[in-house]
Design a protein around this ligand. Sequence first.
Ligand SMILES: [Zn+2]
Length: 320
Amino acid sequence: MTHIASLFLKLNRLSFLLIVFFLINVCLLGKTQAENSKQTQNLEQVQKLKQAQSKEAYNPTANVTPSIYVTAYPDHIVAIEGNFLIWKDGSKMPIKNLVKLETFKEALDNPDLYRQLIIPYTPGPLKNPPTEDSDPGRIRYVPFFQKMYGGTQEEVRKNLVEVEWLPRTFKGVSAVKLLVTQVNDVSDKIKKISAELDDLVQKKPHYKKYLKNPGGTFSWRLIAGTDRPSSHSFGMTIDINVAHSHYWLWDYKKAHGLSLETELKESSISDKNVPAYKNDIPWDIVAIFEKHHFIWGGKWFHYDTMHFEYRPELYRKDTN
Ligand SMILES: [Zn+2]
């Protein structure tokens, strides 16, 4: 009898140990599964972020639709024929040049009509700071803009008219007149933008500070630190108040103890040395410009938050 009882006790102890062992394993397995699913989630997030970034960054073999030039500039471009843009006056302009390029920086210095479309401009509130190379609109094929807006300072000036800037807000001695081009109805669009901003300031008077003393419109010049003409040369660009804006090159110079007048080549500053993104311009202001197909420099990695430029070709067809 004693023998049977001791055997029973041993068996019980053994099954107790087995149960404990089993439970430990179940816990460990559960933990590993939880860790695995967390890792999978993290991986998915990284992949999604990479996909979102690669959509914006420069891809030299991206599929673009040059026919957007016909819809974006109906007063000038009538058709696409093969590799050529056909202008209303019958002249042809090549879309893709034959130089093989791989990087965004090479494309900035060797632009063509194809490369100009590669980085799409995404309308709507900015969700994240722009990633490296994501400067939609900074690749400009200059002969295209010269043919539309004027090839010399005198030619551009012939198309400029004065537009009153927010006439309800800035009147009397504080009235401001902007010099903008009539080409592509830019002056009419600026009038509409101005009226909508006037309405906005009536509702939100604290926005007045961003819009008073605009930094300028027409200016026949090169982009600071480059040999590339500024879009201000064509009269379809406006800078709002510099005092409440951020510009990457000024921030870089300030961070390095340099005066703003210091000559510095943009190409000498690598992407990793571009200052961290900054912006104070309220989205409500940007939204009004976007409605009229102006792009905002606040969506550039090389940020320029005062800068708005009429670039309808960068708005995809579905947003037109
Ligand atoms: Zn500007």
